[in-house]
Design a protein around this ligand. Sequence first.
Ligand code: C2E
Ligand code: CA
Ligand code: CA
Length: 473
Amino acid sequence: MEKDGPEDVAELRRKLNVLEQDVQHLVSHDQLTGLMIRSAFLRRLDREFLADAERTHQAAIMEIGVRGIPRISGALGRHAGDYVISALAARLAAHVTDGAVLCRLDYWSFAVFVPQVTDALEALTFAKRLITLLTEPIDWVDRTLSIEAAAGVALVEKRDTDATVLLDRAGLALKSAAQRGGPGYSFFNPALEQAAKRRQDVQASLQDALDNHYFSLNFQPYFLAESGELAGFEALMRLKHPVLGQVSPVEFIPAAEDSGFINRLGAWALAEACRVASTWPSNLVVSVNSSPQQFLGGSLLTDIHNALELYSFPAYRLEIEITESAMLEDSEAIISQLSALRELGCQIVLDDFGTGYSSLSYLWKFPFSKLKIDKSFVHAMESKPQVRGMMKSIVDLARNLGLKVTAEGIETTAQAEMLRANKCDYIQGYLSGRPVPEQDVAAIILTRFASALKDLNLEIADSTKAVSQRFEF
Ligand code: C2E
Ligand code: CA
Ligand code: CA
């Protein structure tokens, strides 16, 4: 028979408390690593630390990002990636003691709150130690795996009261450390917050800018290196905003990529480039830049089809420029789209070669028609003989693979001469022509046509002279 006395109520309460604690733990901790999740971490910081107005110590918050997990998961399976994350979490948990709070923020990042640091140097030393710890090799079955790690550090002053703001600061610092590449760490500074604010403003303005025609394309000519003949134009996006002013693509393209807006913006650029180029002589090609996102889950192929059809523009006159970063993610999906583009008749250019990873294996793995050597490489060539040697080897290799080579960013005649000597096929840069608005393209085409005609007349005159001399007219 069941009892209903006061002891039983107390026992029931106790059990309920335990159960509630279990449930709380379950919902506030990550299943894989057992670490606290973001929301629980922020709540705890707010409640237990920042709410204390009497606190006297300076503290630090850090976000630690690891790189290399997608590569490991891609090669060895998701369980290998999960194993690495658990191993890293265990290392952190073993190291982070003395009241510090640890959390798993998302798949590739952790956060650590250190409640007491004497100064910035101590916080940095702590972050450095964590990076060293995380980048030690990890044994997996019969392999040794390695990852890269970076940390963003923000100091927590007495006046700081909002954990979300503090974590955002550590996140911004991490982004700046990651942008520099490789393992490293970076400190938060207010300029990062201002830059993030500007980025948010740019991001928020994109749709409105597209609707109101604030975007336009500029066109930069490129030429056959040997003859100087005009071969085509690269379409480069511009944004002139009534409030934000002239915004560089270096600023708005990443903002559009982050928000996913790049798909719509990229579709617009393709259509606009085909519209403008359909008015040019039929020997001229237009090159349009693409972002990795347009390949990964975007609608690039449909957008290209639509753009070509809308302006009855032949596919062979459209070149799509793609950077290496697109190829790192899911190469099978990229290869099939690139192959479909080649079948359609479009040319594909590997852009910015010589920056990033520059793996030569891309050259035969992907169906490119052209390789575009980055301007940093072209500029280094003048002062560094070994770069000149490398340039020659790359051109030779591309030639053997049946690829054409463009060198971009040519600013001096010395650079142009070196590239011609190295047998580059095309040259592009401020020396031969800056990017210009649509209405100025016609002038470039006409000037080139006139000079070609002059050359032709001279040749005709020369050959007439030669013939008349031979036959002694
Ligand atoms: P990119 O594709 O490498 O384009 C070449 C950049 O170098 C352009 O900068 C161009 O104006 C600049 N440039 C050309 N010749 C010279 C030179 O002789 N010297 C120097 N120093 N620079 C030269 P821009 O127009 O600011 O574009 C920057 C980047 O923005 C582009 O780099 C490209 O990655 C991106 N971008 C531009 N338009 C688009 C677009 O429609 N879609 C996408 N996804 N990205 C775009
Ligand atoms: Ca380009
Ligand atoms: Ca480029």
